[in-house]
Design a protein around this ligand. Structure first.
Ligand code: ATP
Ligand code: MG
Length: 455
């Protein structure tokens, strides 16, 4: 059958454009990022929430706004063939989190700090830093009106960049005020854009009356000068909004966080109000924003909940991975602490039991198993052991089975310099734990001294 297929040249089915496989070669950097971010979120008391990837299309249309890039042209929407429901693959997660909070009345006994992580979907033109399936990690602080929480989530981001070792990430902030302030600004903005109608591109013409604020967000170089001179929203903020914005800035200053106020920063969704911010790198080409967020006080009420002032951010995981790589990457993780090789039928059975006993003590162990398309010679097994990065190889052949003692080979240069030892099977866990010291107990599961191994 396999031979027949080869002859017929079976056509390969490929992945979908803009939706990437994240291959094992990148596993270490992804795990480093996810682990670091999760521990920072925990250190601020954020709890994880997982919402479905598919939501009712109207959730995004109503939450994000009809006249936004995402809703107008980027959503993967389809009809449920069973019942005709209009569904959409989530393009972002804030709408889903707020829907869930309203649905389950999560805020009934006070505010909640939540975070999420997962794939998002937008039908964009695939290019560096812009994909059709990409990943975001974000947080949502629900039910907090004051500027303290805006500052907290910004400090949280700053701590993430620091722990990840990211350099030169700058912070831009702005306040887009309340609906009434935006309305006054909007009227003047429309008048201004009408005066410069000849300079507006197609997108801007379409948005002129529906969503003129978004014209300020244009990336069209021919419109930059005109847009720069447009009325600035910040000049329309009332006393309360200004005080809130000043509160955010004071907290950032007190904690030594550098930022610039960018009066043109408006962000892509309609649900934002007051504080908005972006973290930007200049080392990623055109797609330099690694994280964006802000306050969205009106969203709960838009979804039928009661007034719940809130704010959050979402970071683009692929862009941060790229930045980690551009800035020097991280060391390859070893795949296991111990590699077990064996030769001969009985040795294989013994080797599996040895590997299990070592895992009982918290060690990460790879057992050689017969591989398709490659031989199982002792030499090729040792090569695999070396490639795995393991600290020790346990060798079990016919002699070892007969004597009840395994040969242990030190793989990494250093203290014992590739030395070999003969160790009774039952002593292997203690022996290896002692030899490897702390380095094999990566997750702190085992402790030789108190006999609590593998707890
Ligand atoms: P952009 O201006 O780059 O289109 P956006 O305003 O649409 O970004 P948000 O919706 O605020 O982005 O999403 C937050 C973060 O998610 C972005 O700052 C970015 O890092 C990442 N992101 C957004 N869209 C994509 C995408 N298509 N591919 C990869 N990452 C993305
Ligand atoms: Mg976008």
């Amino acid at each position: 059958m396999a031979e027949e297929n080869r002859k017929k040249k079976v056509k390969k089915i490929l992945g979908i454009k803009g939706m990437n496989d994240i291959l094992p070669g990148d596993a270490a950097v992804w795990e480093f990022l996810e682990g670091t971010v999760e521990s920072v979120l925990r250190s601020y008391g954020y709890q994880r929430i997982r919402t479905p990837i598919v939501e009712d299309t109207s959730l995004f249309a109503r939450g994000l706004g009809e006249v936004t890039d995402i809703v107008e042209k980027e959503m993967y929407s389809f009809e449920d063939s069973m019942n005709g429901d209009q569904l959409t693959l989530r393009p972002e997660c804030t709408a889903g989190v707020v829907r869930a909070a309203v649905e389950h009345n999560l805020i009934y006994n006070g505010p909640k700090r939540l975070w999420y992580s997962g794939p998002m979907f937008r039908h964009e033109r695939p290019q560096r830093g812009r994909y059709r399936q990409f990943h975001q990690i974000g947080c949502e602080a629900l039910g907090f009106p004051g500027p303290d929480i805006d500052a907290e989530i910004i400090l949280l981001c700053h701590r993430m960049w620091e722990y990840l070792g990211l350099q030169n990430v700058r912070l831009e902030i702005n306040s887009i005020g309340d609906a009434e302030e935006r309305n006054r600004h909007r009227a003047d903005l429309i008048t201004y854009f009408e005066k410069h109608k000849g300079l507006l591109d197609e997108d801007a013409q379409r948005r002129l009356y529906a969503n003129p604020l978004r014209i300020l967000d244009t990336k069209n170089p021919d419109m930059q000068d005109m847009v720069n001179a447009a009325p600035k929203l910040i000049d329309y903020l009332g006393e309360e909004s200004l005080r809130h914005f000043e509160g955010v800035q004071a907290a950032l200053n007190r904690n030594g966080i550098g930022f610039t106020v960018n009066p043109r920063l408006v962000r892509g969704m309609d649900y934002y109000n007051r504080t908005v911010f972006e973290w930007v790198s200049d080392e990623l080409g055109a797609q330099g924003t690694i994280c964006g967020g802000g306050r969205y006080d009106p969203l709960f009420e838009m979804f039928g909940g009661r007034s719940t002032p809130s704010c959050g951010f979402a970071m683009g995981v692929e862009r941060i991975i790229e930045l980690l790589k551009v800035q020097g990457g991280i060391e390859d993780q070893r795949q296991a602490d111990i590699y077990v090789v064996h030769q001969g039928g009985k040795a294989g059975i013994e080797a599996m039991a040895v590997a299990e006993a070592l895992r009982d003590c918290g060690m990460d162990v790879i057992l050689y198993c017969a591989a398709a398309n490659s031989g199982g010679s002792f030499k090729s097994q040792m090569k695999r052991a070396d490639e795995s990065g393991a600290l020790f190889t346990v060798i079990i052949g016919e002699d070892e089975v007969a004597s009840g003692k395994a040969t242990v080979k030190e793989m990494r240069s250093g203290n014992t310099g590739g030395a070999q030892a003969s160790v009774p099977f039952e002593d292997l866990p203690d022996y290896l734990l002692q030899q490897a010291g702390d380095s094999c107990c990566l997750d702190g599961l085992c402790s030789v001294e108190d006999g609590q191994q593998g707890q």
